[in-house]
Design a protein around this ligand. Structure first.
Ligand SMILES: [Ca+2]
Ligand SMILES: [Ca+2]
Length: 277
């Protein structure tokens, strides 16, 4: 579909594969029916050094091929044994897509030994210069049962990546500070958004609010009274990925129930707190 595009980031250290996908799309949709007709990301990857002639069949053991699927709240593996790999928000997988909204961010990480253990494959160890078979596929659905099509990387794909790795693209293991993969990208991975319960609660007159940001960006943390009137802006600035905390001193406020609300471009949550003087 012409309105969709995907920026895919992959990184690896000695033990973990990291992925982040920045999806631009007019309408995010997941629902019933075949997963490949939803808004879903499919990552085909061979975890071994693949040189020489193209290959028609899938292999396991020392040269294993994997297919990872990321659809809505769930991610799983196919090729060899099928296995669930996580749920969005579990610290390893995150999908910000909401039905009816545009765009999505998908983040994922997995240990190479955990992935290998599913089929008893050799554990991959990345070495600079390795040539890795890879083929990402974005399936675009724009709602109302409308599967729009797939975006693929390889010009040979022709919707055959799922049955023949000879159609896949490839990439190379490079330096951490290369043009495509940067150390910054590693920090993007598998962070999640949260707004924790303030403490203490009830409080008098100060309380601490902790929140975490899965994607760096403009962030607001506001306090409202029971009538919805803004009481104070605790945060209204660009915040980096990670955990943050802020202390509210309600010294000059009357006792009562207040609400605090975290707003980012992809996450909004409100919690209640009680000031008791
Ligand atoms: Ca679309
Ligand atoms: Ca879509």
């Amino acid at each position: 579909d012409a309105d969709a595009s995907v920026k895919l980031y992959l990184a690896a250290d000695d033990t973990v594969l990291y992925m982040a996908a920045d999806i631009t799309d007019n309408y995010f949709h997941v629902g019933d029916g075949n997963w490949w007709e939803q808004d879903a990301l499919e990552l085909f990857i061979g975890l071994f050094n693949k040189r020489g002639a193209r290959q028609g069949g899938f292999t396991r053991g020392a040269s294993p091929y994997y297919k990872l699927v990321f659809k809505g709240d769930t991610t799983w593996k196919e090729m060899g044994a099928s296995a669930g790999l996580g749920k969005s928000g579990d610290g390893n997988y995150f999908n910000s897509g909401e039905v009816g909204s545009p765009d999505a961010i998908i983040e994922f990480k997995i240990r190479f030994d955990a992935l290998a253990a599913i089929d008893g494959d050799s554990v991959f160890k990345p070495v600079k210069g390795m040539r890795i078979p890879i083929e990402p596929v974005w399936h675009d659905n724009d709602g109302a049962g409308a599967w729009e099509g797939n975006i693929v990387m390889s010009k040979n794909n022709n919707d055959n990546a799922w049955q023949t790795p000879a159609t896949w693209s490839h990439t190379f293991i490079g330096n951490q500070d290369g043009d495509v993969l940067s150390t910054e990208d590693k920090n993007l991975i598998a962070s999640t958004f949260s707004l924790k319960e303030n403490y203490p609660n009830p409080f008098n007159p100060t309380t601490t609010i902790e929140y975490s940001i899965g994607i760096a960006g403009p962030t607001r943390l506001m306090v409202y009274d029971v009538l919805g009137r803004e009481v104070v802006k605790l945060v209204d600035e660009y915040r980096p990925i990670g955990s943050h905390k802020v202390v509210w001193n309600a010294n000059n406020m009357p006792s009562g129930i207040y609400f605090y609300r975290l707003e980012t471009s992809s996450f909004i949550r409100t919690q209640k707190m009680i000031l008791m003087k």
